[in-house]
Design a protein around this ligand. Structure first.
Ligand code: SF4
Ligand code: SF4
Length: 266
């Protein structure tokens, strides 16, 4: 065991093993600082730059040092939290996030040490196309912007109701909103937040599940307003609807629909 020497950490005196790296020393004393790239079995690389501390030695002005690489020496006066340290750690977190925005560990460390990460990457560029189309064209008002910790996010709105039309999904330029059709259920979501979950209806001709019950109901209502005399109502997918519209092809529709399902018909 190395010689025990006295050092100060955050104005408190400790006896520690001389020559040991500062991160394990702090860990042993229960003093937490952020770090990601340190490993006990490996030579420090000072890569993540999160373990920055201020160290005063021999009555010289304090210097910025990195706890992963720093070996403790007798008389060191170490500060693990200060305005300068916070600034440098925030910069370091920002740099790490540029390289790996999806990395959970960076977000976890930032949260634990209250380091500002700026915007949480969620694939959304805040163009509001989804909100506008949902409100102005679909009339569902199912989306809105909401501020969370000073950052605006697209979120489901309590005042509207999603009908599962997926127009927001197709208009979103970045693919931030997802439409997942699984068996007979359609889920519209952004990040891990559900905007709507809907049952899907089958096409009367080809049997393909193609649209949500709520969406079809809305179409029927609109059609009913436009054409009050119309008696017949059919639930047809776009492909079969085109076939059905051609009288000459109508008898063949069930067979052709299966053949052409999903393909455009001239
Ligand atoms: S799927 Fe829902 S949220 Fe998206 S445009 Fe349609 S109604 Fe609005
Ligand atoms: S989810 Fe897509 S459409 Fe909506 S604001 Fe974000 S980027 Fe724009």
């Amino acid at each position: 065991m190395s010689e025990l020497v006295k050092i100060k950490i955050n104005a408190q005196e400790y006896e520690v093993e001389e020559g040991k790296r500062l991160i394990p020393v702090l860990e042993k004393l229960g003093i937490k600082i952020p770090h990601i790239c340190f490993h006990h079995a490996l030579t420090p690389a000072v890569s993540c730059k999160l373990c920055v501390v201020e160290v005063r030695e021999d009555d010289k002005p304090p210097r910025i040092r990195y706890a992963c690489a720093l070996k403790v020496k007798k008389g060191m006066d170490i500060v693990t939290e200060s305005a300068m340290i916070y600034k440098l750690r925030t910069e370091a977190i920002g740099n790490l996030l540029k390289m790996a925005p999806q990395a959970e560990i960076i977000h976890r460390v930032a949260q634990e040490f209250s380091l500002a990460t700026g915007i949480m990457p969620d694939g959304c560029i805040r163009c509001r196309l989804c909100i506008r189309v949902c409100k102005n064209i679909i009339g569902a008002k199912a989306l809105k912007m909401e501020k969370r910790k000073d950052i605006s996010y697209v979120v489901p709105s309590e005042t509207g109701e999603c009908i599962g039309c997926a127009t927001c999904v197709s208009i979103c330029p970045t693919g931030a909103i997802q439409c997942i059709d699984k068996e007979d259920i359609r889920t519209i979501k952004i990040r891990d937040e559900i905007i709507g979950r809907h049952s899907l209806e089958r096409c009367e001709i080809c049997g393909r599940r193609f649209a949500t019950t709520k969406f079809l109901k809305r179409v029927e209502e609109i059609e009913g307003e436009k054409h009050p005399d119309k008696k017949e109502h059919h639930v047809l997918c776009p492909t079969c609807a085109k076939l059905y519209a051609r009288k000459d092809l109508r008898p063949l529709a069930p067979h052709l629909a299966k053949t052409y399902a999903g393909k455009p018909i001239d």
